[in-house]
Design a protein around this ligand. Structure first.
Ligand SMILES: Nc1ncnc2c1ncn2[C@@H]1O[C@H](COP(=O)(O)OP(=O)(O)OP(=O)(O)O)[C@@H](O)[C@H]1O
Length: 265
């Protein structure tokens, strides 16, 4: 599904991503973890076309997408959410999700201008699809109100619904649990699994190790822009290089919240 080979990204002297290789296969949930500044978001930004890599190759479903524009990459089936929530605050909940459908909804200028029956049908299709995804993410309340009036956790769900409305084959979630309370995190865990059950592969950047260890098929660990481990949660959790990256040499695993959180299963 996603194949990243020897990815490089430099900001002046800083090698944010330094030879990163990883893949996400069909139907997989892969988490990308690492200490702050390890290069996770930079790698995501390269994959989604927000940054142009300085080296390496990114392929999506066999097609080379290295350095392509975000819209071109999205059209190939990759959808994302953002670390800092990006919703259209002044649009309604419903319109936020309808916006996602415009990636595949074909509307001709002629039909739009004249409000032809074909245009009205396509608008209805967008609305139906938006309701479907809002149901899917579990947002039951009023959908005509402005999205910025929703609690933060619900805005996050709107963002995921909008990403799903693009009908992606691969979904990239950048810290989806940030700012969520315990109950919301549990719901997010179920939601991520249900998305995967639809046949959508998922790559996830996340600091909440409880969630990562619970939901991931595979975990890729970055440090200083390089991959230092790639394996099942159980394997990665006990990998000495990972423990050292998080804790520094000689420190015990009990000393960080990340590792404590990892021991939920
Ligand atoms: N736009 C930028 N300009 C310059 N340096 C940057 C820029 N974005 C990121 N960096 C640097 O690149 C490195 C990787 O940052 P990045 O945000 O990708 O890490 P991260 O693993 O996502 O961190 P976090 O977990 O804190 O979000 C850091 O040293 C960071 O300071």
């Amino acid at each position: 599904m996603l194949d990243v080979q020897d990815l490089q990204l430099a900001f002046g002297g800083v090698r944010a991503v330094d030879g990163l290789t990883f893949r996400v296969d069909e139907g997989e949930i892969v988490s990308i973890i690492g200490p702050n500044g390890a290069g996770k978001t930079s790698a995501f930004n390269c994959v989604t076309g927000f940054y142009k890599p300085t080296g390496g190759r990114i392929a999506l479903d066999g097609a080379d997408i290295t350095g392509r524009r975000p819209s071109a990459i999205a059209a190939r089936g990759l959808s994302r959410t953002f670390q800092n929530l990006r919703v259209f605050g002044d649009l309604s909940v419903l319109d936020n999700v309808r916006a996602g459908t415009h990636l595949w909804l074909r509307q001709r200028t002629f039909d739009v201008l004249l409000h032809t029956p074909r245009y009205r049908r396509s608008e209805q299709q967008a609305t139906d699809e938006a309701h479907k995804w809002l149901d899917f993410v579990g947002l039951r309340g009023d959908r005509t109100g402005l999205v910025r009036h929703l609690p933060y956790g619900e805005q996050r769900r709107v963002e995921i619904a909008r990403a799903l409305a693009r009908r992606p084959a691969l979904l990239l979630l950048d810290e989806p649990a940030a700012g969520l309370n315990h109950a919301e995190k549990a719901e997010l865990l179920g939601l991520i699994r249900r998305i995967r059950d639809l046949g959508i592969a998922i790559a996830l950047i996340e600091h909440d190790m409880g969630l990562v260890m619970e939901v991931s098929d595979r975990v890729v660990v970055l440090n200083y822009g390089k991959e230092i481990a790639d394996g099942t949660p159980a394997r990665v959790r006990t990998d000495p290089a990972v423990i050292e990256a998080y804790l520094g040499r000689d420190a015990g695993p009990e000393e960080t919240e990340e590792v404590r959180g990892a021991r939920t299963d």
